[in-house]
Design a binder for this molecule. Sequence first.
Ligand SMILES: Cc1cc2nc3c(=O)[nH]c(=O)nc-3n(C[C@H](O)[C@H](O)[C@H](O)COP(=O)(O)OP(=O)(O)OC[C@H]3O[C@@H](n4cnc5c(N)ncnc54)[C@H](O)[C@@H]3O)c2cc1C
Length: 448
Amino acid sequence: MSGHTTPWAAGQEATRPRLRGRQRCDVAVIGAGLTGLSTALELLTVAPELRVHVVEADKVAAGASGRGTGLLGPRIGPPLHIARRRFGDEVARAAHLWSVAAVRHVLDLVRRHRIACDLVPGGQLVVASDEPAAEHQLKEHRAARMLGLPDRVEFVGRGELPEHAVRYHSGLRYGPAATLDPAALTEQLARAGEELGLVIHESSRVRGVRRGLLATLLTDGGELVADHVVVAVNAYGGALAEAPSGLLGVRVQAGVTQKLSDDQLAGLAGLADEPLIEHGEAAPYFRLTPDGRLVVGGGAVERGVHGSLASRPGRLLAAVRALSPSLAGITLDATWAGPIAVTRDGLPVLGEHRKDPWLHHAGGCNGHGLALSTYHGALLARRIAGADPGPSELPWLRSKGPWLPRGRVADRALDRYLGHLTAAAAPSGAAEDPVPPDRFAPRTEDPS
Ligand SMILES: Cc1cc2nc3c(=O)[nH]c(=O)nc-3n(C[C@H](O)[C@H](O)[C@H](O)COP(=O)(O)OP(=O)(O)OC[C@H]3O[C@@H](n4cnc5c(N)ncnc54)[C@H](O)[C@@H]3O)c2cc1C
């Protein structure tokens, strides 16, 4: 899975030892992304006496957690006006506040553990490229008011949009939010856990879990016996029978420009603490890094989880160039892709296996997992440690995601749907740049 090039903390080779022989622990976590590492760290915080091991197929942050674009923000599941209709006001409100709590949890974690991850607090501005999108934003704002959330979802009319967003029709400003280096966050959650006694095994793919009096994780070189098992493999769950069903792994792409000049930065200064996200699934979005580079995501969604090549780098480049006339000659330093897990209802999956209460899982954050995965890991940990079972009646607290059709016909239908999303995600006001995909090929390709 490694080998991708991102602007984030340089991805080293796996350095932690493999799982060897037969070992014993209290909680075994499968997957060293934000979900798994946050689970482990919280477990060791609330119950320091526990023996916690994380077993990772590749290395820490090899999956989505090391390849994100670093937008930490609220929102979970469908838009508020749809959530109201589908779940009722109480759940729609609880859902949004849950996502706000997730953002706060990450901000608090960074502060408590002094995590150096280039955190820049601020907001998020979602912008409408056309009239239908602007109408949708008005509905969303009305729903936020009805739910008593007006201070968290603010409507921004055309005349009030910041200078770099004047070509859009309207905006919705969300908070609390921040930007950060997701790979650094993930790696430092691992280090904070290790300081509390966490054991991480890298290059140790779990092939299955043997059920018995206790559970036993099986890898090629070892076995790990545990009282509790946490499945935190998110989009990679297809290969593991113990992963919850109903999660579909798809690949999304991102890129980063060279450093911008002072003139280019001057017109985009507002992006430093408020990323710009075009309304629409897979639509382009942008943020600035503290060293003055523009990160861009969106523009394409593909079936499958393996591989780290962006499928439509020309889309990313066109989106950047369309953002401002000052970026007409800009180039991208790197592009990459990574896996996210989506569900049919857009909600995550967090809970225990229906028949095996010792088997816990969290995933399916539908591309919003920077805050939610980290929060969900911590909530799972508290449930396991008996520290705080939390609510049990919310629709994303469940043993699996909604049913997904499988087979060749379903795959063809899915490809058509993703093709439609990709077509609809073309950057507004720009033709796609015909850049051949291999121009940005990373140094090595995903071996898995
Ligand atoms: C390009 C991109 C941009 C994104 N941008 C954002 C963003 O701006 N904001 C946001 O909120 N979210 C974003 N996301 C989503 C976010 O990164 C994910 O939701 C989050 O990182 C998921 O964390 P995770 O720990 O659940 O999964 P992962 O990070 O994928 O971790 C799963 C781990 O499990 C390991 N694994 C898999 N199978 C096995 C096995 N059998 N045995 C052992 N280990 C195994 C994998 O190697 C991997 O390390 C983005 C994702 C991508 C790909």
